[in-house]
Ligand binder design. Structure first.
Ligand code: ATP
Ligand code: MG
Length: 422
């Protein structure tokens, strides 16, 4: 026998029994985004490789080692999107959406990174991305945090997550800081692991982001970026924290929070949890004012975040009430040749009259007993029975599967009225 073909490592199916959970989270997500008047943008999954190199930066983990890059048949280098910010901005620039306009956008979909698969880290994963353009002040930074806060509240996971904040200042402020940092780490080069030694030359700020516990002390004693911020960056950060204080949103200042991507400036934030092991960041974002110009647009402001849906779903794992959500209201049982013939017509008539009804019709010949078992298993509230007798009299029998109510036989018109009243 031929060997079964299996899914690619790190790329997972979401099976029917799990989709109700996903749909629950997606519905909450859409409702919250609508409450803040954000609009959806739908983007291609594949972009030119150049886009990611130019936006994310050549010396980041993503571009150095995580991208799925291939040549298409014309020889163009294409990449499966590892994140959505670059593509979203590319689309906005391409379609001229940013001319003197303010935008609040979101997108939702698969991202691809060639990472080592483990819990909370996959090669294909889903992100909700939220991006805003054209707003300079800390009010929009605050709005994005409030939006995510509201989503945690809706999902019932607020008390398992913590907000961490930092400011990366401007490019110029970071350049001065970078020199100091290189000096500091060079003086302690013997304590750096291999990755960090490499980063010292390419992207020294990323050393602060190390997951190596042996380097914790070294990183904690490093110069702090906050001390290098100018008046404007400081005022921006204070504007944000004042708003959060006023609204009672708790946060911790994390000076080691530098984010993996090069394009951030000023505000950066992460929502983290201790409940998912090493993969504790469920949502990450910040301001990236420099990126628009970097991609060929006029200088403009941008702030956004992305959340990892699989990690959010993992936080909801203990919510048993989200399992086995009912998908069928009524199950149509057909017994005898005459019923088989008129069953489909009846089912369509019921769906015409009752647009909200979720009706499953039995297909294929089977005994009443086996159909009844299937009806029960489907989770439906009623079995609707069409046998020879019912067909002759233009009636239908209704059997209540979840209550003790007596089975009854009614006309089709009565049935519609009955189901309507439910
Ligand atoms: P990490 O430090 O965990 O690698 P990152 O900085 O690479 O995260 P971002 O690029 O900021 O992550 O992506 C935003 C969010 O997307 C992350 O906080 C996480 O929730 C999710 N995410 C990122 N990479 C993966 C992955 N490989 N599998 C599942 N979720 C992911
Ligand atoms: Mg990563």
């Amino acid at each position: 026998m031929a060997k079964n073909i299996q899914a690619i490592r790190g790329m997972h199916d979401v099976l029917p029994e799990q989709t109700a959970r996903w749909q629950f989270v997606e519905q909450q997500m859409r409702d919250v985004l609508a409450a803040y008047a954000y609009t959806e943008i739908r983007l291609p999954i594949v972009e030119k490789t150049e886009l990611f190199k130019r936006s994310i930066g050549e010396v980041t983990d993503i571009v150095e080692k995580e991208m799925y890059t291939f040549d298409d048949r014309n020889g163009d280098s294409l990449t499966l999107r590892p994140e959505g910010t670059a593509g979203c901005l590319r689309a906005c620039l391409e379609h001229g959406l940013l001319h003197n306009q303010v935008h609040r956008l979101w997108y939702y979909g698969q991202m691809f990174r060639h990472e080592r698969p483990q819990k909370g880290r996959y090669r294909q994963f889903i992100q909700l991305g939220v991006e805003t353009y054209g707003m300079a002040g800390p009010d929009i930074d605050a709005e994005l945090i409030l939006l995510s806060y509201r989503l945690w509240q809706r999902l019932g996971i607020l008390d398992t997550v913590e907000l961490q904040l930092n400011s990366l200042g401007t490019v110029a402020e970071r350049a001065v800081y970078r020199e100091q940092l290189v000096e500091y780490f060079s003086a302690h080069a013997d304590q750096l692991d291999e990755d960090s030694q490499r980063r010292l030359k390419t992207n020294p700020l990323r050393i602060l982001d190390t997951k190596n516990k042996d380097m914790r002390q070294l990183v904690e004693n490093a110069p702090a970026l906050m001390d290098f911020l100018g008046a404007e960056s400081k005022a921006h950060f204070k504007g944000l924290t004042d708003t959060l204080d006023t609204l009672g949103i708790k946060y911790t200042l994390n000076q080691r929070l530098v984010r993996g991507l090069d394009y951030y400036s000023k505000t950066v934030f992460e929502w983290v949890t201790t409940e998912l092991g090493a993969q504790g960041t469920i949502c990450a974002g910040g301001r990236y004012d420099g990126l628009i110009e970097q991609l060929g647009g006029k200088p403009n402001h941008a702030v956004g975040f992305a959340m990892g849906m699989e990690r959010i779903l993992a936080l909801l794992e203990s919510r048993e009430d989200l399992d086995n959500i009912q998908t069928v209201d009524a199950y149509l049982i057909l017994v005898g040749d005459a019923a088989l013939k008129s069953g489909l017509i009846l089912a369509e008539q019921l769906r015409n009259s009752l647009p909200g009804l979720r009706l499953q019709m039995h297909c294929g010949v089977a005994s009443f007993k086996s159909q009844f078992k299937k009806a029960d298993k489907s989770g439906a509230d009623y079995a609707l029975i069409l046998a020879e007798d019912e067909v002759l009299k233009d009636q239908i029998s209704i059997k209540y599967l979840r209550t003790d109510q007596q089975q009854r036989t009614v006309s089709q018109a009565e049935l519609i009225e009955l189901l309507q009243s439910k």
